[in-house]
Design a protein around this ligand. Structure first.
Ligand code: HPA
Ligand code: ZN
Length: 345
């Protein structure tokens, strides 16, 4: 027993754990202050009188009520500099939380639909990620995410439009994802575009089992052939599926404060993260849309630790899962895992 580690305040212990964030939407890191600053810079009038009034509107009943505000917030992103500023703010915040590697989702269709060039989106985000890699040593990847409320043809066209940029951003863009309104938009709808992405050598992940049923998790595994499931908490409704996730070591990128804010669980004590972890599932803790859900990754770890009575060794296990489940090369995973092993109490 390492008494220095076990007597440290919990928040400090959590902050020091080397960890990966695997589920964060960069557009969901736009804080109200930055939304207002970018609106002013770009001459956009927002339908809110103040930063506080905007923040006060962050009361959600379900995923759709959040998505409406999230897409409205993203409309202030116009120039490369805007994407850069947003990404820098997130990366600096992540660094404070002990994130050593971030796999960041972005929604190109949210921007191209408004007439923003795909290259502007890539360039601004990538400039911040590369700068943080060289100045702070934090690594990152980009997960280009298709909007599931749109058609598979539109997803396919987005992929086609992005492919000419692949070489220029090969250090970052290595994966694709699927997000937005889950109910009524099952994974099967995107089977062909996912098959194309797989043939192109991209890593594959998809949101499933957040609001949608366990059957969507099965479909993401079988029809889309994903390597990870984003959220996946509703898998618990299908015990055979949970056994499969454990057996096949499929990572779940769980976002506890998001689940709370979007009413997937009524309170944190009811969250199933600890149950899934203790059964042997490869669960990880992530922030999803931290500007909207009231906390960054460290806050998510802390909320779980307190409400679910996670032990310090369980927190180390969760951080280890995040490194193992990342799309990093094995040598880099091993380097971070070695550092993490110092924290076992
Ligand atoms: N779920 C689905 N789509 C999303 C989310 C989410 O939590 N955040 C941003 N897009
Ligand atoms: Zn998400």
């Amino acid at each position: 027993m390492n008494s220095a580690l076990s007597s440290q305040p919990l928040a400090d212990f959590i902050r020091q754990l080397p960890k990966a964030e695997l589920h964060v939407h960069i557009e969901g890191t736009l804080e109200p202050e930055l939304i207002f600053a970018l609106a002013q810079r770009n001459g956009i009038t927002l339908p809110y009188a103040s930063i506080d009034a905007l923040r006060a509107a962050y009361q959600f009943q379900d995923l759709q009520s959040f998505l409406d505000l999230y897409y409205a917030g993203a409309s202030v992103l116009i120039a490369e500099e805007d994407f850069y500023d947003m990404t820098m703010a997130y990366m600096q915040r992540a660094l404070q939380d002990g994130v050593v590697h971030a796999e960041i989702m972005f929604d190109p269709q949210t921007h191209t639909q408004r007439g923003i060039a795909l290259e502007t989106v890539f360039a601004g985000i990538a400039r911040a990620l590369r700068e943080m890699r060289s100045t702070a040593g934090i690594s990152s990847r980009l997960i280009l995410s298709f909007l599931r409320h749109l058609t598979e043809e539109e997803a396919d066209a987005t992929l086609t439009a992005a492919l000419p940029l692949r070489e220029a951003y090969a250090d970052l863009w290595t994966a694709v994802g699927l997000d937005s309104a889950e109910r009524g938009n099952p994974p099967e709808r995107f089977a062909r575009v996912y098959a194309r992405c797989k043939a192109l050598g991209f890593h594959l992940t998809a949101h499933a089992g957040e609001e949608g049923p366990a059957a969507y998790v099965r479909a993401a595994l079988d029809a889309l052939q994903v390597e990870r499931i984003d959220h996946g908490v509703r898998s618990e409704e299908d015990p055979a599926l949970v056994q499969r996730l454990i057996r096949e070591r499929v990572p779940l990128t769980v976002c506890p404060l998001s689940n709370l804010k979007l009413c997937v669980f009524n309170d944190m004590q009811q969250h199933n993260l600890a149950r899934l972890l203790r059964q042997g599932a490869m669960v990880t803790i992530n922030s999803d849309d931290p500007a909207y859900f009231g906390g960054y990754i460290g806050d998510n770890y802390l909320a779980c630790a307190e409400s679910l009575e996670l032990t310090r060794n369980e927190l180390v296990k969760l951080a280890g899962n995040s490194l193992i489940a990342s799309f990093l090369p094995q040598s880099e995973k091993d380097r971070h895992l070695k550092q993490l092993s110092e924290f076992t109490v």
